[in-house]
Design a protein around this ligand. Structure first.
Ligand code: TYD
Ligand code: MG
Length: 457
């Protein structure tokens, strides 16, 4: 009979598990990080069940469960609230993540300024001294009486403080810098990150205190101590952005209290992050005039349409295999669109390198962006300019047809608002457009891709 006790080797850096020991983790490539952990083949509950000592659990009718609604705190930054689904829910655990220097600490301090007017906030920092935080707060104009700063890394001390002080909101910046002294693994390791989060969560849930935890992203773009944290917390937010640009996009990848497709757009200025009320205008700024290979797309980010410029560059291949590169767009979808263009429209890309870029760091994972991608590529291939006041959206099918998309009217309205004079949309969507809109902007419905090219290029 197989032994009931077995051990697994767990990588302390990435959480990879394997029954055999390796000197180097096959998953993350770190050396000497696999640690033995004993696991029982038979979960304790099964043993209890066998011995008859297991208690029967209680279930309740959902109607009978008391609910007093969720209480939310507004943060004063409406873009931040929007991503959270309408503010910070009392008792929730939120993970805020992003590359170093992207603005995590900045946005949280700014949130403190508004929340501090009604709530008592504890800002725990393991990264910066209280003095450093003060300097930053001065720059951001944060001077609330209710913000308490604690430069501490020991989780037990932090939790004792939470218990005795009972703040209304706790911010931990960052989870990789705090540790439980009873664990032997080093600060920032997967065990430390997981156990520290659990410890803080238990304390906070006991008092129904919301906690925002800052988590760093490792070089692969995962939150260090990767998926373990995402399961534990109620919401996972990412701040994204290019270092060379000033704007930042806040996005929810998990949210137990709201939708995950809302985004918040900010701009980093000298005195902190500022909300961008008109993201489409910002995304389109700096668009080249009269240049081929560019077409504007309209993506729905949650409930809001955002315009973005799609750029394509098609050049002859110098080496054997043609290169395809997609930035902000799905690589496989790009291959599919190229295949449709070749087969259905007679544009040949077989000996061409194809580069596709969505300007402004936006990610267009919606099929509605297909048509503008096809436009940008063909425009570059033929070196023909797409008029700059024209916008196109629609899903492309394998037969070369342009299929209808959701929220058509909203997208057309946004195009009209930003001064576009003509929009090419799927023919099936025409019936959903109201009469008034047709007087503001020329709307062309197309059934096949080839018709769209006739209209635009
Ligand atoms: P920070 O919030 O410290 O990043 P994180 O906590 O995510 O590591 O942001 C630091 C960057 O933001 C830094 O490169 C400087 C810039 N910054 C500004 O441009 N303006 C400001 O008002 C602040 C506070 C920071
Ligand atoms: Mg920071």
């Amino acid at each position: 009979m197989a032994s009931k006790i077995k051990s697994v080797y767990v990588c302390s850096s990435c959480g990879y598990e394997n029954p055999k020991w390796y000197g180097r983790c096959p998953s993350c490539g770190e050396w000497d990080t696999l640690e033995e952990r004993v696991v029982s083949n038979e979960p304790a509950s099964i043993a209890k069940l066998k011995s008859g000592s297991l208690e029967r659990g209680v279930s309740q009718k959902i109607k009978d469960i008391q609910s007093d609604g969720e209480h939310r705190y507004m943060t004063g930054l409406s873009e931040f609230d929007r991503v959270l689904g309408g503010g910070i829910v009392k008792g929730s655990l939120v993970l805020l993540s992003g590359d170093p220097g992207i603005g995590k600490s900045t946005i949280l301090l700014q949130v403190c300024q508004y929340l501090g007017q009604q709530l008592k906030i504890l800002y725990v920092s393991g990264e910066e001294s209280a003095h450093q935080i003060k300097l930053r707060a001065d720059r951001l104009g944060v001077d609330t009486d209710n913000l308490f700063v604690m430069a501490e890394t020991d989780v037990e001390i932090i939790c004792e403080h939470i218990k005795s002080d009972k703040p209304d909101l706790v911010i931990v910046d960052s989870i990789q810098t705090v540790m439980l002294s009873e664990l032997s693994s080093s600060c920032g390791s997967i065990t430390q990150v997981r156990e520290s989060t659990n410890y803080i969560m238990r304390t906070a849930k006991d008092f129904n205190i919301p906690v925002i935890i800052v988590g760093h992203v490792n070089k692969d773009g995962n939150i260090a101590g990767p998926k373990v944290l995402e399961h534990v917390v109620d919401a996972v937010l990412y701040i994204e952005g290019e270092r060379n640009y000033n704007y930042r996009i806040l996005r929810a990848v998990k949210n137990r209290y709201g939708s995950t497709n809302e985004i918040g757009v900010f701009e980093m200025l000298d005195n902190g992050l500022h909300q961008v009320e008109n993201p489409s205008m910002m995304m389109l700024s700096g668009r080249p005039k009269n240049s081929s290979g560019s077409c504007v797309a309209c993506a729905m980010e949650g409930s809001r349409p955002i315009l973005a410029e799609v750029q394509g560059l098609v050049t002859p291949t110098t080496f054997g295999n043609p290169r395809r590169m997609a930035n902000g767009f799905d690589y496989n979808r790009l291959s599919m669109i190229l295949a449709v263009l070749e087969k259905r429209c007679g544009y040949f890309f077989g000996n061409m390198d194809v580069y596709l870029n969505v300007v402004g760091g936006l990610k267009l994972y919606e099929p509605a962006a297909d048509l503008s991608v096809a436009m940008a590529l063909v425009s570059s291939l033929k070196d023909a300019v797409v008029r700059e006041d024209v916008l196109a959206f629609g899903e492309i099918g394998l037969a070369g047809e342009v299929r209808s998309v959701s929220h058509c009217e909203q997208r057309v309205k946004e195009a009209a608002r930003l001064g576009f004079t003509k929009v090419v949309i799927p023919k099936d969507n025409l019936k959903s457009i109201s009469k008034e809109l047709t007087s503001e902007i020329e709307i062309i419905g197309v059934k096949y891709l080839s018709q769209a090219f006739e209209e635009i290029i």
